[in-house]
Design a protein around this ligand. Structure first.
Ligand SMILES: C[S@@+](CC[C@H](N)C(=O)[O-])C[C@H]1O[C@@H](n2cnc3c(N)ncnc32)[C@H](O)[C@@H]1O
Length: 363
């Protein structure tokens, strides 16, 4: 039994079932047993791989994207470049290397990383040892001023609540003790909030057993960031896997050793995430006063930024066939619609006076 499972069972015995959102938060961020708090989950030996870990091109192109947006903003002398959920720091490292050639950019930015994991913070210190970096546990402490926010696979780690239409009407899903063993199970608790939180496009379409997920935390962060860039200038670029329009269905999932596993089986030892609802994310950005571009598929976004030319340059300089094949495979993995090219989507929010950001010109 995992240490977090023991702790959760004790908590549920004492105070009753916990919501799916609370369960997810504890799985990922419990100060002692949370998944991200105790390990580096990336790579072949870990549980999953992310785009910046697949190819240096990803971070390089995002860095150049940020530098062009900075120029579109009038090249402010003091700007915050902020990454939310920076993992091993690979994206930021590749981005900063790529923008060295952009006159004055590096000298004009203050680098901020928003990270809750002490273990990953140590990795980020290693990756970014050549730069002055400021760490934060929340976006709330980023100093005032114009800012560009980058977030790759950050919003999918934010907790979702789940609501299900049962026999007695709408109810919220909670996690309770499993009476048939030492594990956990889902239960329903009637909750009128469901109908208020349901996306309006789903109203009147529900049937018995319909389920929807909503992340109030993601919406609150998106709203806060949009209000900030509307008042102080800047942009937000978020990349994640998810869906463009609200729909009934469950996307909560757990990943361990690169395989899906039961969400309730090993709390704290598997990565628990949910697909991002880009419709509600876009709505929150708009409510905050930002202009929204996208979402578009990650493959199209990277192609528009020139990933094929950059990959070709790397392939031309490859030392052997094995390296060339790895580069070709990485390009396919990031861009092909069968792999990360369409499931992963890119959305951008900007200050309303800013021109269309790179890659979103005709969208
Ligand atoms: C799936 S990883 C993505 C890492 C990185 N962006 C990449 O693409 O490789 C999620 C990251 O978000 C961080 N994280 C998760 N929840 C967070 C929260 N509530 N606040 C700040 N960081 C969080 C994790 O520690 C980790 O660095």
């Amino acid at each position: 039994m995992s240490a977090l499972l023991k702790s959760l069972r004790r908590e549920i015995e004492a105070t009753g079932p916990v919501s799916v959102a609370d369960y997810m938060t504890q799985c990922l961020c419990h100060p002692k047993y949370g998944y991200y708090m105790t390990r580096d989950p990336f790579g072949v030996k870990g549980d999953f791989t992310t785009a910046p870990e697949i190819s240096q091109c990803f971070g390089e192109l995002l860095g150049l994207w940020a530098a062009i947006v900075w120029q579109q903003m009038g090249s402010p002398k003091d700007m915050h470049l902020v990454e939310l959920g920076p993992g091993r720091g690979t994206l930021m490292k590749d981005a900063l290397r790529a923008v060295r050639a952009v006159p004055d950019f590096i000298d004009s930015i203050h680098i901020h990383l928003v990270e809750i994991s002490p273990t990953l913070k140590e990795k980020q210190k290693d990756s970014l040892q050549d730069y002055k970096v400021n760490w934060h546990e929340s976006v709330m402490t980023i100093p005032d001023g114009p800012a560009i926010f980058l977030a790759n696979e950050f919003f999918d780690a934010l907790p979702v609540r789940q609501f299900e239409k049962g026999e007695k009407g709408w109810a919220e899903r909670f996690v309770d003790l499993d009476p048939d063993g030492e594990g956990l199970r889902f239960v329903l608790k009637t909750d009128e909030a469901a109908t208020m939180l349901m996306p309006s496009t789903l109203k009147d379409q529900e049937t018995q057993g319909s389920l929807f997920e909503t992340s109030l935390v993601a919406q609150a962060i998106a709203l806060g960031l949009a209000e900030r860039i509307k008042d102080q200038g800047g942009s937000i670029l978020a990349i994640d896997y998810g869906y463009e329009q609200s729909a009934f269905g469950e996307s909560l999932q757990a990943l361990k050793d690169h395989k899906f596993t039961d969400v309730l089986a090993t709390p704290g030892e598997a990565d628990v995430t949910a697909h991002v609802n880009f419709e509600t994310l876009a709505r929150s950005f708009k409510e905050g006063g930002a202009h929204v571009f996208g979402p578009m598929g990650q493959g199209e976004f990277l192609e528009r930024l020139g990933i094929t030319a950059r990959m070709q340059a790397l392939i031309n300089g490859a030392q052997d066939d094995a390296q060339r094949n790895d580069l070709i495979a990485a390009h396919k993995r990031l861009c092909s619609p069968d792999e990360m090219g369409s499931l992963f989507k890119v959305i951008c929010a900007t200050h309303p006076a800013q021109p269309h950001p790179p890659a979103f010109e005709e969208v």
